[in-house]
Design a binder for this molecule. Structure first.
Ligand code: FAD
Length: 450
């Protein structure tokens, strides 16, 4: 379908509050991931209501996976045998203002936690583009937002409670467990069920969001660092079709100096005169408030509002992390593929993320830039393009997002993670028989040479 007609259809389908994914969850339809691009391999889903139920159920099963809010685009969460959901375990357990942490149950979403925290005068350091996702699912896949100084969402984790394959509860903390903690946080769902997460919090803050349109690529080339550091969190959106970046989203904290003075022009881009969607043809109704209107952190850090469809809905996603020092070269490499990438693409987002120390994090010990692709749901076209993009990015040693679609061979993937052998050894302590393995993990992590 021609791009404009496709986007018009999509726009009509997504106007207003989100219903589709919620109904899909409750309906007798096949169990699918959020985007609906695949059906899970079993319908067996047990919903636990308490840590005891999690422990008892895990003890009884030979093979199972924990299902979060189903927002991954690949089969990392899939199971052929059995799912356990912690959706009903969504309480805030404790807000410890002296330690500056909040402990939550494993089924809570950022969308539910954030307004609670803000109401108590506290905030998280960052959020992804959408608040709808489970905290446990996000941290175990190294989900991220943007910002030069902001680590991905797992960097806020201070402690974890995990039910291992034997049905025993294991507690790990940043303070006490050193290396095992660093191995377990981005655990790819392979260590067991995360029943509690303790996150760092900070005093609540207000933000303003500004959007600029048509940033010349030449300006990006010459001023990438200055553009990225102009605000607390910066996102660049492009469709690679012109010699400019379509939109620059700047999310500024009101409590940080120097204040962004929101000039009419920003490195040659013009300040938007209305709220916009990252896909310019779509209605901005689903997007967080822009135009410099001040608001709480949790209503500015994500691009999409809770209660509304995030992104486009019927879509696919891929994303590659490359070392920050190669940012401009990597962006220009993809720009050269513009003609090929254009037809199935809805939009690309470029973000920066600070380095961390988690063994399986794509940002392990490296400041990173991410190049993300929101695709139409056209897998034949996308699957042909992914190897082409990966080849173009190869000189920069890209790592794919754990929850999105990629074409990397298991061997390529495994050499990207120097701590992989230690990670495999750690998972064996939690799960000696591979109860939490699935095809995705067996292929990409626990391959024959692991
Ligand atoms: C519209 C949209 C926008 C997105 N935006 C971003 C973005 O801005 N940044 C980004 O980095 N990613 C983004 N993502 C990707 C997504 O947020 C992540 O892939 C994340 O993992 C989703 O969490 P989930 O709970 O839905 O995971 P699921 O798909 O349900 O599960 C993912 C993994 O987490 C494991 N898991 C879930 N819960 C638990 C638990 N309690 N204990 C143990 N393991 C568990 C599962 O077993 C599986 O391995 C986006 C996705 C969508 C659909």
């Amino acid at each position: 379908m021609e791009k404009r007609a496709f986007l018009k259809l999509l726009s009509a389908a997504m106007a207003g509050p989100v219903l589709g994914p919620l109904l899909a969850w409750a309906s007798p339809e096949k169990l699918k991931n959020w985007a609906g691009n695949f059906e899970y391999s079993t319908e067996n889903l047990y919903s636990a209501k308490s840590p005891e139920q999690v422990r008892d159920f895990i003890k009884q099963q030979k093979q199972l996976k924990v299902l979060g809010t189903r927002h991954c685009f690949n089969r990392i969460a899939d199971s052929r045998q059995q799912f356990i959901s912690l959706k009903e375990m969504d309480r805030v357990v404790a807000l410890d203002t002296a330690a500056r942490t909040v402990t939550v149950e494993g089924g809570l979403t950022y969308g539910r936690l954030s307004p609670y925290l803000d109401g108590q005068g506290w905030a998280l350091h960052n959020l992804a583009s959408l608040p709808h996702i489970s905290i446990a699912g996000a941290i175990t896949t190294a989900t991220h937002g943007s910002g030069d100084k902001n680590g991905n969402l797992s960097t806020a984790v201070a402690a974890l409670e995990i039910v291992n394959a034997a049905g025993d509860t294991v507690n790990l903390s940043r303070q006490k467990d050193g290396e095992s903690f660093l191995g377990a946080v981005v655990g790819l769902g392979a260590l067991g069920a995360i029943t509690k997460v303790t996150l760092d919090v900070q005093p609540s803050f207000q933000m303003r969001q500004y959007v600029y349109e048509d940033l010349p690529l030449s300006q990006l080339k010459d001023h990438f660092d200055a553009i990225e550091s102009a605000a607390y969190s910066v996102s660049l959106f492009t469709d690679w079709q012109k010699q400019h970046i379509n939109e620059v989203w700047l999310k500024c904290r009101l409590d940080q100096a120097p204040a962004f003075d929101a000039p009419a022009e920003f490195y040659g881009a013009k300040k938007a005169a209305r709220n916009v969607h990252p896909i310019i043809e779509l209605s901005a109704e689903n997007c967080t408030e822009q135009m410099g209107v001040p608001g709480p952190w949790y209503e500015r850090l994500p691009h999409f509002k809770m209660g509304f469809t995030p992104s486009a809905g019927k879509e696919l996603q891929s994303e590659y992390f490359v070392p920050r020092r190669h940012a401009v070269e990597a962006i220009l490499a993809v720009q050269r593929l513009g003609e090929q990438v254009g037809p199935p693409l809805m939009i690309t987002e470029i973000r920066t993320i600070a380095a961390d120390n988690f063994w399986m994090s794509p940002c392990y010990k490296q400041d990173s830039v991410t190049i993300h692709f929101t695709w139409k749901q056209d897998w034949p076209a996308v699957s042909k393009l992914l190897p082409i993009i990966e080849k173009e990015l190869a000189p920069f040693h890209p790592r794919p997002h754990w929850g999105k679609l990629f074409a990397f061979s298991p061997a390529q993937l495994r050499v990207s993670y120097e701590k992989l052998p230690e990670f495999v050894a750690l998972t064996r302590k939690f799960d000696p028989q591979g109860k939490f393995h699935n095809e995705f993990l067996d292929t990409n992590i626990f391959g024959p040479d692991a």
